[in-house]
Design a protein around this ligand. Structure first.
Ligand code: F6R
Length: 368
C-alpha cells in the first residue's frame, strides 16, 4: 500500500504531479477560469477590495506564496496571517473582504475559529480544503476542493502543492472577474500552471541525490534555509518539514535579513539550503542571492543550492547543486519545495525516526 516505498510520505511526494493535475482539472473551460464548486458569484469577486488568507503550518506557507501571485495579478492588497493570531485580533474586515481559509483537513480548530470570526464581521469566506464535507468548508460561503487524494503521512506534501495551485486559481479568478488581466493572459497563466505537473515529475529525479545528501547532513546540529520572494516561504516550509520529521533545529530566513542577525549563526560546516530564483525571471533577485551565498560560503557554511537547470553563475558557490526545471517565477515553489520534502524525510529516516508519524504531532489539529 506504500507503493513499494518504506514510508507513505515518499509515496505521497511521488504522487504530487497527479495531485496537482487533479486540483487544476476542470477549472478552465470555455476560455475562463471556473471555480465550479464555489458558491460565489462573479459579482462577489468583482466587489472584493481586500484579501485575507488565514491558515496554520504548511497551509499558512502556501498562503504566503499566494500573496505574491494574487497581489501581482489583481492589484488587491493581500494579508496572510496565522489563524491562531487572526482569531484573537481585531482585523479590519467588511463584506467586501474575501477571506481565504486554507486547510487540508478542514478541521483545524484555529482555522475554523478564524472562519467564524471573519463571518461574524460579514466578510465572505472561501475555504480551500482537501477533505470533502469537513467543518471548515461547511461553515464557509464557498469552497474550492484540492482533490489531492487522502494523505496518510502526518507531514503535508502533496496537499501543500495542491493548496498552492488552488490559491493560484483563486488569484486568476479574481483577476478575471476584476479585469486586471485580459482573458488571453489568464489563459496563458493557466497553461503555465497546467505544465507544472510535468515539471514536478522531472524534479522527482532528485530523490536519489537528496537521499545521499541526507546521510551527509543528518548529524548536523542545525540546518538553515534561505530564500527571497516566493523562495522565502519555500525556505520556511523546508525548515518546518525538517523540524517536524527529523527533530532538528531548522530555520528559514528571508535572505535579505541575513545581515540583520542570522549571519551570526553561520559557522564552519553548517548546512545552509538556498532556494535560488530563476536567473532569467528575476535577475536582480538572483544576483542578490548569489552575493548572499558567497558571503555564507566565505564563512565556512556548506551550501546546498536549489537552482534552475543551467544556472551556471551559481555553480561556483554551491557545495551541492540540486537542479530543478525552469518554470515561471511565481510557480517556482511547486518545483523547489519537492527536494526539501525529500531531504527532511530522508534525514528523519537516517536518524531512525518514523517518517509518517512524527512524535507529538497529529494529522488533524482539532485542539487549540
Ligand atoms: C506540516 C503540517 C501542518 C499542517 C497544519 C494545518 O507538515 O502538516 O503544519 O499544515 O497543521 O493543517 P490543515 O491544513 O489540515 O489545516
Amino acid at each position: 500500500e506504500k507503493g513499494g516505498h518504506d514510508y507513505f510520505m515518499l509515496k505521497e511526494i511521488e504522487e504530487q504531479p497527479e495531485a496537482l493535475a487533479n486540483t487544476l482539472r476542470g477549472h478552465f473551460d470555455g476560455g475562463r477560469i471556473v471555480l465550479d464548486e464555489q458558491r460565489m458569484a462573479d459579482q462577489d469577486l468583482r466587489d472584493v477590495d481586500k484579501v485575507f488568507v488565514v491558515a496554520c503550518g504548511t497551509a499558512y506557507h502556501s498562503g504566503l506564496i499566494a500573496k505574491y501571485a494574487i497581489e501581482h495579478w489583481t492589484r488587491l492588497p493581500v494579508e496572510v496571517e496565522l489563524a491562531s493570531e487572526f482569531r484573537y485580533r481585531d482585523p479590519v474586515l467588511d463584506r467586501d473582504t474575501l477571506v481565504v481559509a486554507i486547510s487540508q483537513s478542514g478541521e483545524t480548530a484555529d482555522t475554523l475559529e478564524a472562519v467564524r470570526h471573519a463571518r461574524e464581521q460579514k466578510a465572505r469566506v472561501l475555504a480551500i480544503c482537501n477533505t470533502n464535507g469537513a467543518q471548515i468548508p461547511r461553515e464557509s460561503d464557498a469552497v474550492l476542493y484540492t482533490h489531492a487524494g487522502p494523505e496518510v503521512g502526518v507531514a503535508a506534501t502533496k496537499t501543500f502543492l495542491a493548496q498552492i495551485a488552488a490559491n493560484f486559481l483563486v488569484g486568476l479568478a479574481l483577476a478575471q472577474a476584476r479585469g486586471t488581466k485580459y482573458p488571453d493572459e489568464v489563459a496563458r497563466e493557466f497553461a503555465e500552471l497546467e505544465a507544472t505537473p510535468a515539471a514536478v515529475q522531472k524534479v522527482l529525479s532528485t530523490v536519489e541525490h537528496m537521499r545521499t545528501l541526507a546521510r551527509d547532513v543528518a548529524d548536523s546540529k542545525a540546518v538553515l534555509f534561505l530564500g527571497r520572494h516566493v523562495g522565502f516561504p519555500v525556505a520556511l516550509e523546508g525548515a518546518l518539514k525538517l523540524k517536524e520529521l527529523a527533530y532538528m533545529h531548522a530555520e528559514g530566513f528571508a535572505a535579505g535579513e541575513l545581515k540583520h542577525g542570522p549571519i551570526a549563526l553561520i559557522e564552519s560546516g553548517l548546512p545552509v539550503v538556498v532556494v535560488m530564483p530563476s536567473p532569467k525571471g528575476r535577475a536582480v533577485l538572483h544576483a542578490k542571492l548569489v552575493s548572499n551565498i558567497s558571503e555564507i560560503q566565505a564563512r565556512g557554511a556548506r551550501t546546498i543550492v536549489i537552482a534552475e537547470e543551467g544556472d551556471d553563475t551559481v555553480r561556483p558557490f554551491a557545495d551541492e547543486l540540486v537542479e530543478v526545471p525552469a518554470v515561471p517565477t511565481l510557480l517556482q515553489p511547486l518545483v523547489s519545495s519537492v527536494p526539501l520534502q525529500v531531504l527532511a524525510a530522508e534525514i528523519a529516516r537516517t536518524r531512525g525516526y518514523d517518517v509518517d508519524k512524527p512524535r507529538n504531532l497529529a494529522k488533524s489539529v482539532t485542539v487549540e
